[in-house]
Ligand binder design. Structure first.
Ligand SMILES: [Zn+2]
Length: 261
């Protein structure tokens, strides 16, 4: 009797063991691979950007980041480094004479997969100049940019035919002249007001006040001291990524991402 009990127990154990490990095999589905990988706790490296934690990360939450008044040997490389760190992309609207003085910066921007467009050769108010002046301001800037990229022709696709009018000054005449040259006019929705030397936290607040998908953010990588822009940019990118935004260039070789509002 005792032997029978032991035997029954052994059979029971065998049955239980086989059903708990081989159920899928038993259904003829082949060997079982591991179910979903066990979740691994990730320890954030403090120097790395945070992962997106928004529930809406799947939605197309895009904002466009733009810089004007560069390139500048002091500030542009610092800004590029921050963009890299946060996997953010932006468009740099260049002053032609700066591009002419610093072809290496134009190349650096293009090599980092950022895009380049035109701000004007001498930072003139282009809303009220004759067509010849307009043409030279735009065309000479484009030439300075393309000349810088000549050694690496594959980088020329980082340049787009978009114009950010200096001072944001526009007129019907400017739109007509731009379209005559086949340029899109790139305005913005969110002015960080970094040109007023605001503190980094104020720069962040200015972005958050107007933040919505599809907005275009204005910042500056040249023209004056940009320490606060550099610090503010880190706050802005950290927050944008936390909120599930993708940061893309407004102007590319294929044109402007969206029409001006
Ligand atoms: Zn400007």
């Amino acid at each position: 009797m005792q032997k029978l009990k032991i035997l029954l127990l052994a059979v029971l154990v065998l049955v239980l063991t086989s059903t708990s490990t081989g159920s899928v095999d038993a259904l003829g589905l082949g060997s079982v691979s591991h179910p979903a990988e066990a979740p691994v706790l990730r320890h954030e490296d403090e120097n790395q950007p945070p992962e997106a934690i928004s529930d809406e990360a799947d939605e197309a939450k895009v904002v466009y980041l733009t810089f004007a008044d560069g390139p500048d040997p002091n500030w542009t490389p610092q800004i590029l480094q921050i963009l890299d760190r946060y996997h953010a992309r932006a468009t740099f609207y260049m002053i032609g004479r700066n591009a002419n003085s610093h072809p290496e910066l134009t190349r650096m921007i293009a090599e980092r997969n950022q895009t380049i467009a035109v701000h004007g050769y001498n930072h003139l108010d282009l809303a009220h100049v004759d067509f010849q002046t307009f043409y030279l301001e735009v065309n000479d800037t484009a030439e300075a940019i393309l000349e810088s990229l000549k050694e690496e022709p594959n980088l020329e696709s980082q340049y787009g035919k978009c114009l950010r009018p200096p001072y944001g000054s526009t007129s019907e005449y400017l739109y007509r002249n731009a379209s005559e040259m086949d340029y899109a006019v790139s305005m913005w929705n969110i002015d960080t007001k970094d040109w007023q030397q605001l503190d980094p936290e104020e720069i962040l607040n200015n972005v958050l006040k107007g933040l919505e998908p599809g907005k275009v953010i204005l910042m500056h990588d040249g023209g004056q001291e940009r320490e606060k822009t550099v610090l503010g940019l880190q706050l802005v990118l950290h927050e944008l990524i936390m909120r599930g935004y993708e940061v893309l260039p407004y102007c590319t070789n294929e044109g402007q991402a969206i029409q001006n509002p």
